[in-house]
Design a protein around this ligand. Structure first.
Ligand SMILES: [Zn+2]
Length: 387
């Protein structure tokens, strides 16, 4: 059974390093081949290389700039503190290569040993998951700093933000992007488009294994009530209903004139934003927490009629697997719009806004690949994720 500790971060309380002292140094960033900083000359042949020159913390402004609505998670802060301490002790620079937060060089060798030892020292699977998630996220943030646009998660030179058109989402719908840490700051992630278009209050990021995020989401779901929570999970093994079966009976007449969308009247849809192979564990965690909160064995799931064709339409690149998150949101909004009780809320236009955003993302990714001299037909490296 899943253990939800009331103070999940208590085990790190033995560390007591004030964060302020780690905020004074700078990061050197090498973006593609356009190196302008003489201090970074030694990495001029390494694309996307980010070198930390010392102890660097993360402010809440920076953290929220990447998409989350929370304060900086305690364990992410702790991982960064530990990375900075290690950098001091081993006298090797923290160097990231690629934009997925992968460490490299001598520092990587040292850090591998240290994080493996730390992982082994943790006593239960819950702590291990939280540490795994925090480390992934901390490395991704540090390795993307100064290289990726914080909003669209593309390299700054490929930023697509000026082409995106925002659109308010009907205030009785709320999306939760339950995102795997390995999909955080990925340029081809489509979940980020939801909050870019609808705003972070309508489409909120919840990082898998980050206690603060999961608490925030479950607090909001508790407030809404179990009859207003659904998971979009395309798993044939999980009992699921169609949009029509789940939603056709709902009426909003009593809340239409409600002055504020305070969350208690919203329909909450949890979108699992991870690769096919990771989504099983993510769904299980949701299911366990739902059971813990409401005593029900199954979290209500929705399957989309248009699933296959919609995914195909939005999959010009093989690496966009069936869990394309934006496609799920588009399909849901379109199917809701087809129901008489939802027809007057402009959900079709809101679906179109996300579809347009996906097009903008695809154009930006294609332009990037052409600019980098790569084929626009991607090799099928994620095929193992597709069942
Ligand atoms: Zn951007």
């Amino acid at each position: 059974m899943l253990v939800i500790p009331s103070r999940p971060l208590s085990f790190i309380s033995s560390f007591n390093f004030p964060l302020q002292q780690f905020c004074s140094k700078t990061i050197i960033t090498c973006m593609d081949s356009s190196i302008t900083n003489s201090a970074a000359n030694n990495c001029s042949r390494e694309p996307n290389k980010v070198v930390s020159s010392g102890e660097v913390g993360i402010s809440v402004e920076e953290w929220r700039g990447w998409g989350p609505t929370s304060t900086v998670p305690s364990m992410v802060t702790q991982v960064i503190v530990d990375l900075n301490l290690l950098e001091e002790n081993v006298d090797a620079h923290m160097v990231f290569r690629g934009n997925h937060g992968k460490l490299s060089g001598d520092f990587k060798v040292q850090e591998d040993k240290k994080h493996r030892a730390k992982y082994q020292s943790l006593s239960d699977s819950e702590q291990k998951l939280q540490f795994f998630s925090a480390r992934q996220i901390a490395c991704r943030v540090l390795g993307s700093r100064g290289y990726l646009c914080q909003k669209c998660w593309l390299a700054s030179g490929d930023c697509m933000c000026s082409k995106l058109i925002t659109c308010p989402l009907w205030n009785r719908v709320r999306f939760w992007l339950y995102m795997h840490p390995k999909d955080f700051l990925r340029q081809n992630n489509t979940g980020k488009l939801l909050w870019q278009v609808f705003g972070v209050q309508a489409a909120t990021l919840c990082l898998y294994g980050i206690a603060e995020h999961e608490e925030m989401m479950w607090d909001a779901l508790k407030l809404a009530g179990k009859d207003k929570v659904w998971c979009l999970y395309p798993n044939k093994n999980a009992p699921a209903s169609s949009v029509k079966d789940s939603m056709a009976g709902l009426s909003f007449a009593h809340v239409e004139n409600h002055p504020e969308a305070d969350g208690t009247h919203s329909l909450n849809f949890v979108l699992i934003d991870g690769t096919w192979s990771n989504s099983g564990a993510m769904f299980s965690r949701l299911k366990e927490r739902y059971k813990l909160m409401w005593g029900e064995e199954e979290i209500p799931c929705i399957t989309l009629n248009a699933g296959a064709s919609m995914m195909h339409k939005l999959r010009p690149q093989p690496s966009w697997d069936r869990t394309c998150t934006a496609a799920a949101a588009i399909g849901l909004l379109d199917e809701l719009h087809d129901l008489p009780n939802f027809v007057s809320y402009g959900l079709d236009k809101q679906a179109k806004a996300i579809e347009d955003a996906v097009e903008v993302l695809l154009e930006a990714l294609t332009a990037r690949r052409l600019r980098m001299g790569r084929s626009i037909t991607r090799k099928q490296r994620h095929n193992h994720d597709i069942v």
